[in-house]
Design a protein around this ligand. Structure first.
Ligand code: FES
Ligand code: FES
Length: 439
């Protein structure tokens, strides 16, 4: 049997091949050269000489390695390890960790089957409907269970899961149950008149025993653990994440109170359960359809108590009012999650601008009729989305340049100010602007 060459038999221990292929600007696959591979290959070569490891390693330029969408790419032999790299820091880490210390640089590794950058495809789990309760006014309470009643992934109060509906939509639902109960996820669902199909599909198609694919829980609306007092304001079905918060807080020695707003008791979702969770820490605000008789936000939010945080979840109008009336509260003490995608009146005109997809070196015009998300998808790039109303944060993309016009309800004021991210389902830019996206 032929023996494989030992390290001492090789002329070089390690061969690195860095793609420096160049393509015409705008090519749909992009190229490594357009993303800076030429300078970085030269840097890697020079740096290996400075580190006095150039007797062991050969850093070669090469032509297209056919993984252009992931570029710049390099492949290192004899192991055949692939890396994506973008900076001198990445090169330094590859030289130090891989070449000198013989360990993979996990954060830069490309998997053999990988086709797109950061394929952070959320892990999907299969759940089945264990129990459904139907209430008046198109409200239902679902209990979703795992296989054989096994424990599900833990969740924090305020978390949601996404359900992948049969018609290709993906909708987020807050988890309303007790985080300590690990064998089920409890959802409160209301049929939405303006729904693009998500809620309706669930209510029309899911009954006890049916199966549905879901994401793992994630949390865009967490409790602030530093707060001395939590004040919750919930409108309608927006009470669901607050219910999970109540479950947790009643075990802790911290003040909390829920102001629950609805037209009348029959329209207050899951009211019996809310009463059990919150007990005396609940105020019901029933306006009988006349907002003037509803919650007095001016009074409630006039003077924050020391360490008090306010959380609002519900229709856009309620969220906007609370944010406005609590605008004098200390930074970071106002938390919100819009819940009902009421069609917001868009007073801003859509203008034409451009986006650059930096990883692909593609420049695309965005017309007033199209969103950035639609434009990018039409160019053949897959992007995850959910609400497509600027409410959920699913389409959040890193912004590398340009001045955006943020229209979402996800980013905080500080995040808008820094403009490091953008919700591409709804946010835009002024005429003539060029937004550089990390896609
Ligand atoms: S251009 Fe670098 S892999 Fe194709
Ligand atoms: S898809 Fe929900 S914010 Fe864009």
């Amino acid at each position: 049997m032929k023996e494989s060459a030992s390290s001492s038999d090789r002329y070089f221990d390690i061969h690195v091949f860095c793609c420096i292929n160049e393509r015409v600007p705008g090519h749909h696959r992009g190229s490594c050269s357009a993303r800076g591979s030429v300078a970085l290959q030269e840097y890697m070569k020079a740096r290996s000489k400075e580190l006095k490891i150039n007797q062991r390693i050969r850093v070669n330029k090469c032509g297209c390695l056919d993984r252009c969408e992931l570029g710049p790419v390099m492949v290192i032999y004899p192991e055949g390890i692939w890396y994506h790299y973008q900076s001198r820091e990445d090169i330094d880490e590859i030289l130090d960790t891989h070449v000198i210390h013989g360990r993979n640089v996990e954060r830069l590794l490309l998997k053999p089957e990988q086709k797109i950058m950061n394929p952070e495809v959320p892990e999907r789990i299969e759940l089945h409907v264990g129990h459904v309760d139907e209430y008046s006014h198109d409200i239902s309470r679902y209990e979703l269970m795992g296989e054989d009643g096994k424990e599900l992934a833990p969740f924090e109060p305020g978390a949601h899961i996404d359900l992948f509906t049969g018609d290709g939509l993906r909708r987020s639902y807050s988890l309303a149950g007790d985080p300590a109960v690990r064998d089920r996820y409890v959802l409160g669902i209301r049929r939405e008149r303006a729904s693009r199909g998500g809620s309706d599909w669930l209510l029309d198609h899911l009954s006890v025993g049916d199966r549905v694919e879901a994401s793992l829980p994630s949390n865009n609306f967490p409790l602030d653990q530093t707060a001395a007092r939590h004040t919750f304001i919930a409108g309608g079905i927006g009470v669901t994440p607050v219910m999970a918060m109540g479950h947790q807080l009643r075990l802790e020695s911290v003040d909390f109170h829920l102001h629950f707003c609805a037209p009348d008791e029959s329209h207050a979702p899951l009211l019996d359960e809310v009463r059990l969770i919150f007990g005396d820490s609940l105020s019901l605000h029933l306006d009988n359809g006349d907002p003037a008789k509803g919650i007095d936000l001016d009074h409630l939010l006039k003077t924050p108590k020391p360490g008090e945080h306010v959380y609002v979840c519900g229709p856009l109008g309620l969220v906007a009012s609370v944010r406005e009336k609590a605008s004098h509260w200390p930074d970071g003490s106002v938390h919100w999650e819009p819940f009902t995608p009421e069609p917001a009146e868009n007073t801003q005109e859509n203008e034409a601008f451009e986006v650059v997809l930096s990883r692909r070196n593609i420049r695309l015009p965005v017309t007033p009729e199209k969103t950035i998300l639609e434009t990018v998808r039409e160019a053949g790039v897959e992007i995850e989305s959910s609400c497509e109303d600027g409410l959920c944060g699913c389409c959040r993309i890193r912004l590398l340049g340009g001045v955006p016009e943020h229209r979402d309800l996800v980013l905080t004021d500080a995040e808008r100010e820094s403009s490091k991210e953008i919700m591409i389902c709804i946010s835009r830019a002024k005429a003539g602007e060029v937004l550089v996206l990390d896609i």
